[in-house]
Write a protein that binds this ligand. Structure first.
Ligand SMILES: Nc1ncnc2c1ncn2[C@@H]1O[C@H](COP(=O)(O)OP(=O)(O)OP(=O)(O)O)[C@@H](O)[C@H]1O
Length: 253
C-alpha cells in the first residue's frame, strides 16, 4: 500500500500550550484508521490541521504526494479531503436529496450548476445508495432521527467525491442498532475510500477497527491492532488513570 497522508514532526502551540507535540502519522490508501485518546489528547486538533482549519506551528502534511502547506480549507476539499464535524451541518428545511445535491455541487464546475438538470446526478445517487437513505430522499432533513442525520452527513461527504474522509465521533449519541449500521457503513465506505475516524467507544473499535492510533497529550502513544492497543499497559494507564481522576473528582463534588 502507498501512503495517502503523511504527517511529519507536527506541532501546534496554543498560547504556549503544545496541543500537538511532535506527531508523525501515516495513513495508507484504502485504510480505515481509528484515532483514539482521552479528552484533550489532540485528536480534533490533528484533524483540524489536516483539513486546514488550524495552522501547524511546525511540521508538514503531505496528501497524495503534495504538500498542503499554504492550502486553504476549500482547496483541500477540492483535492479530496472531506470531514464531518461534531456539530451538524445539514440544512433542516431542505430534503435529504437537496442536501446531498448541494454538497455534490461543491466540486462541480460553475457552468454545470447553471445548466438545468434532469434527474439525480451520479454522485448523489451513489451517496443515497451507500448510506441506505434512498427511501428518505424526499423527506426534510429536519425530521430525520439522530442516526439518519449522521448518515446524511456522511452521504454529503461522499457526494463530494473525497479520497480521504475524516469523521469526528460518528456514533456519538447513537443507539446500539444505529452504531452497528454505522460500523457497516464505515466498512463499506472504506472499500473505495481512505477513512480516519475519531472514536472513543472501545466496543465499537473492537468490532470495526483494524488499525488504531492512540494520541495522548499531543503525542502518538502507540499504533497497532485493536488487541495490541488494548493490551498495552500505557494505554490502560491513560484510560484507567483518567477514570480514577474522574471518580476522585466525583467523590469530592
Ligand atoms: N484554539 C485553541 N486554543 C487554545 N487551546 C486549544 C484550542 N484548540 C484546542 N485546544 C486545546 O488543545 C488540547 C487538545 O484539544 P483537542 O480538541 O484536539 O482534543 P481531543 O483529543 O479532540 O479531545 P476531545 O476528545 O475532548 O474532543 C486541549 O487541551 C484543548 O483545550
Amino acid at each position: 500500500m502507498t501512503a495517502l497522508l503523511e504527517v511529519r514532526d507536527l506541532a501546534v502551540v496554543f498560547d504556549g500550550f503544545r496541543a500537538i507535540d511532535g506527531v508523525d502519522f501515516t495513513v495508507d490508501s484504502g485504510e480505515l484508521r481509528f484515532l483514539i485518546g482521552p479528552n484533550g489528547a489532540g485528536k480534533t486538533t490533528l484533524i483540524d490541521i489536516i483539513t486546514g482549519l488550524t495552522k501547524p506551528t511546525t511540521g508538514t502534511v503531505v496528501f497524495d504526494g503534495n504538500s498542503l502547506a499554504g492550502k486553504r480549507e476549500h482547496e483541500r476539499v477540492r483535492l479530496g479531503i472531506g470531514r464531518t464535524f461534531q456539530t451538524s451541518v445539514v440544512f433542516e428545511d431542505l430534503t435529504v436529496l437537496e442536501n446531498l445535491d448541494l454538497a455534490a455541487s461543491f466540486r462541480r464546475p460553475l457552468w454545470s450548476l447553471l445548466r438545468r438538470r434532469k434527474g439525480v446526478i451520479a454522485a448523489v445517487e451513489q451517496a443515497l445508495e451507500t448510506t441506505g437513505l434512498a427511501d428518505l430522499a424526499p423527506r426534510k432533513a429536519g425530521v430525520l432521527s439522530h442516526g439518519q442525520r449522521q448518515w446524511l452527513e456522511i452521504g454529503m461527504l461522499i457526494a463530494q467525491g473525497p479520497r480521504l474522509l475524516l469523521l469526528d465521533e460518528p456514533v456519538a449519541g447513537m443507539s446500539s442498532e444505529e452504531r452497528a449500521r454505522t460500523g457497516e457503513l464505515l466498512t463499506s465506505i472504506a472499500k473505495d475510500h481512505t477513512v480516519i475516524v475519531i472514536e472513543h467507544d472501545m466496543e465499537f473499535l473492537r468490532r470495526y477497527a483494524s488499525q488504531v492510533t492512540v494520541l495522548h497529550e499531543g503525542k502518538v502513544l502507540i499504533e497497532g491492532s485493536v488487541d495490541e492497543v488494548r493490551a498495552d499497559p500505557r494505554v490502560q494507564e491513560v484510560y484507567l488513570g483518567r477514570a480514577r481522576e474522574e471518580a476522585a473528582h466525583d467523590a469530592v463534588t
